[in-house]
Design a protein around this ligand. Sequence first.
Ligand SMILES: Nc1ncnc2c1ncn2[C@@H]1O[C@H](COP(=O)(O)OP(=O)(O)O)[C@@H](O)[C@H]1O
Ligand SMILES: [Mg+2]
Length: 375
Amino acid sequence: MKDELTLFSDSGENDSYQLKQKFYMQQFANRFLELEGTGVLILDSEFRIVEISEMICTIFGCDRMSMVEKPVEECFELLSLKPPPFDRTLLDGITFRNRLLNWTLHNHTHELMLDGEVLEYNGVIAGAFILFRDVSHLIMLEEQIRRSDRLKTIGQIAAGTAHEIRNPLTAIKGFMQLLSKTLAERDMSKEQEYVGIVLSEIERVNDLVSDFLLLSKPKKMKRMAIRIDVVLQEILPIIRNEAHLHNVIIQYYPNQESLPILVDKELLKQVFLNLGKNAIEAMEGGGTLIIREQSQPDQAGKIAVEISDTGMGIPASELEKVFDPFFTTKPQGTGLGLSVCQRIVHDLGGSIEVASDKNGSRFTVRLPYQRRDME
Ligand SMILES: Nc1ncnc2c1ncn2[C@@H]1O[C@H](COP(=O)(O)OP(=O)(O)O)[C@@H](O)[C@H]1O
Ligand SMILES: [Mg+2]
């Protein structure tokens, strides 16, 4: 490199600049072709591939040598890329910007943004190039922002109305309980049954309002250092009871050596209750619910708990929506359970993810364990 640079200064001033420029442009082109986040496809006037970046080869799972010199349509064909992301009109000067292309290889989806430009020689279009940018992370970020915006709006509405609903509800519930007692004393069993229904419906509205309140404003957390198995042991009787009613077998694999986590126990109990309830509800006709604590914290210092079921699973198209407030596939569902779980887990500095296929679903909750230096 040094020799080549000295060479520039030895020649005439203009020549030297041109040589230098050629050298740097060449280095730039070579380096550009190796970049991971950006790729380029260079085409000649016959729409044949002259050069193709490593990035494009990796994302599309193709080999550079089998692509060069081929008309680009042939390559689309080989990759079953339908519809083609661009066509020969590019050579007529019809360029494009920010064209989105969604491509999945080995279960990994890339959101690509394409720009198509022409290359001219002596005023004639002599070829074209297409820039590929991998914008998957930006799109994910955008989705996260949208989601938290949505949660914020719902939170504001919820905060305004939830209390207003809860107060009269408490009064209605109290009087209904009184009425129920009076009806019992007068042996009016039919009427008592009706009041029972009213009471259980009030309970449902009450639960909904509680979820609303949780979503709207995180409660003041009462954090304490506690092991996850201790939290789980407290709610297992409730889950077991529910499971028993639905022919579901529970398998619990605790990790007694697990490290303590710094959490609000009551809120965390609600997370596992919601996940357990969903799992049981997904197994109509029975199944197995497995609760497993991972024994070692991961690299990020988080402890994972998996809640898996042998239920009907979640279709891929719905997988992204299950955490959305109000998304439900159940006639009696509120669609708030998982958004409340996500809210609580996030507030605790953890994360929650889902994997699902036709054999069932698995929700993984990761929570930061309490490091010694935090005690
Ligand atoms: N374990 C599971 N198996 C299958 N589908 C699930 C499971 N957990 C959640 N879901 C899906 O996610 C939706 C949202 O769940 P959730 O937020 O708890 O609301 P809800 O239970 O009131 O419907 C459910 O309606 C269901 O379609
Ligand atoms: Mg639910």
